[in-house]
Design a binder for this molecule. Structure first.
Ligand code: BGC
Length: 365
């Protein structure tokens, strides 16, 4: 009997999720940064640093079972400290754009940094992607990251306590759970900004995408939603049936021109805040399939239009235009200025919670 229990215990540690950590260098201010390796029982592996809560690598099987890294990023902390478009990062306090970098809350006008023309993008000059998060290694193999964004930080009101938990499950899911509280009314929009390429190289135009959304939010020249929830029917934004990403991307369409490709928020078909399938991406060559599940109302599908080959990433690979795609689960951009959009206001006593899962399945051989 005892022997059987010992055997079970051993199996649990060998087969269950594992977490090990190591040194990842220092920030320019000298703060030590760690890197965490999460592994599941199939050997699927995610490495995550507490600098910006960034997913550094994500190794998932192809149709033959060979593991390959499906996210863009850097081999060392230096790449992340240099200018880069949020590779793998946790984004906040407000993910995506706030028009004219200002909003009114409870009759008070708040100004946030203009870091994208006249607008504020991804939390401002020093958003959650550029801070060192406090890490806690969980007994179940998960990684908990927490950060206190102080009252007035990047212009946002309220001390906002944010916790993000990463798990790599035995179902080959990278599961991200977000939670936030505040001591003053504020706005919150949190996401992860991983850049995926399921082939592990080349461009993403041959990736096949399905989006569970009947409508999207068209934008103006600054990529700020006009406020309209536009039906996708008859537009290149209709991904309700699996369609190649590159199939319509160069069409003569006003919205595609404004985004220089896809860089828009889709309104997910759902009843409320239930966990539902938002997107599915299939890459025919590798046979890798990624599903995106979320409790959030929207998803930003971005085709890496602003990558321009100037950044050299892991293994010296040059990140060319459209060499990756992002599927950022979120509340709609500019919600603080759009009273008709689902609210992003967080008040004291309320608990913001959301879950997003990137699930990797293999297409049959
Ligand atoms: C935005 C893009 C932006 C990219 C990197 C995306 O979430 O929608 O417009 O270029 O992030 O900053």
């Amino acid at each position: 009997m005892d022997k059987i229990w010992v055997a079970f215990a051993l199996m649990a540690t060998v087969q269950g999720a594992k977490l090990v950590s190591g040194d990842f260098g220092k920030t320019r201010e000298g703060a030590p940064v760690r890197i965490y390796t999460l592994t599941n029982k199939h050997g699927v592996e995610a490495t995550i640093t507490n600098y910006g809560g960034r997913v550094v690598s994500l190794k998932v099987p192809d149709k033959k079972g060979a593991l390959g890294d499906v996210v863009l990023g850097f081999d060392s902390i230096d790449g992340y400290l240099n200018e880069n478009p949020y590779f793998g990062a946790l984004i906040g306090r407000y993910a995506n754009r706030i028009g004219h970098a200002q909003f009114t809350l409870d009759g008070v006008l708040y100004k946030v940094p203009k870091n994208d023309g006249d607008n504020s993008l991804h939390g401002g000059t020093r958003g959650f992607d550029k801070v060192v998060w406090t890490a806690r290694e969980m007994k179940d193999g998960g990684l908990e990251l927490s950060y206190l964004s102080k009252d007035g930080e990047e212009g946002y009101p309220g001390n906002c306590k944010v916790t993000v938990i990463y798990h790599l499950t035995d179902l080959n899911e990278l599961k991200i759970e977000y939670a936030a509280t505040t001591d003053k009314d504020t706005v919150v929009n949190l996401t992860n900004h991983s850049y995926f390429n399921l082939k592990g190289g080349g461009d993403i135009l041959g990736h096949i995408l399905t989006l569970n959304a009947d409508r999207f939010t068209p934008v103006d020249g600054g990529l700020i939603p006009t406020g309209e929830l536009k039906p996708v029917t008859g537009t290149p934004f209709d991904f309700r049936k699996a369609t190649g990403v590159g199939r319509r991307i160069e069409q003569n369409d006003e919205q595609l021109k404004l985004g220089k490709g896809y860089d828009h928020n889709w309104v997910l078909n759902k009843k409320g805040a239930e966990l539902s399938l938002a997107a599915r991406v299939e890459e025919p060559e590798s046979g890798r399939v990624m599903e995106v599940w979320t409790t959030q109302p929207g998803i930003q599908f971005y085709t890496g239009n602003f990558l321009d080959g100037t950044i050299q990433g892991k293994g010296g690979r040059v990140y060319a235009r459209r060499s990756a795609l992002c599927l950022e689960t979120q509340h709609f951009p500019d919600s603080p200025n759009k009273p008709k959009f689902p609210s992003t206001v967080l008040k004291p006593g309320m608990a913001f919670k959301s879950t997003t899962i990137y699930k990797f399945v293999r297409s049959p051989l």
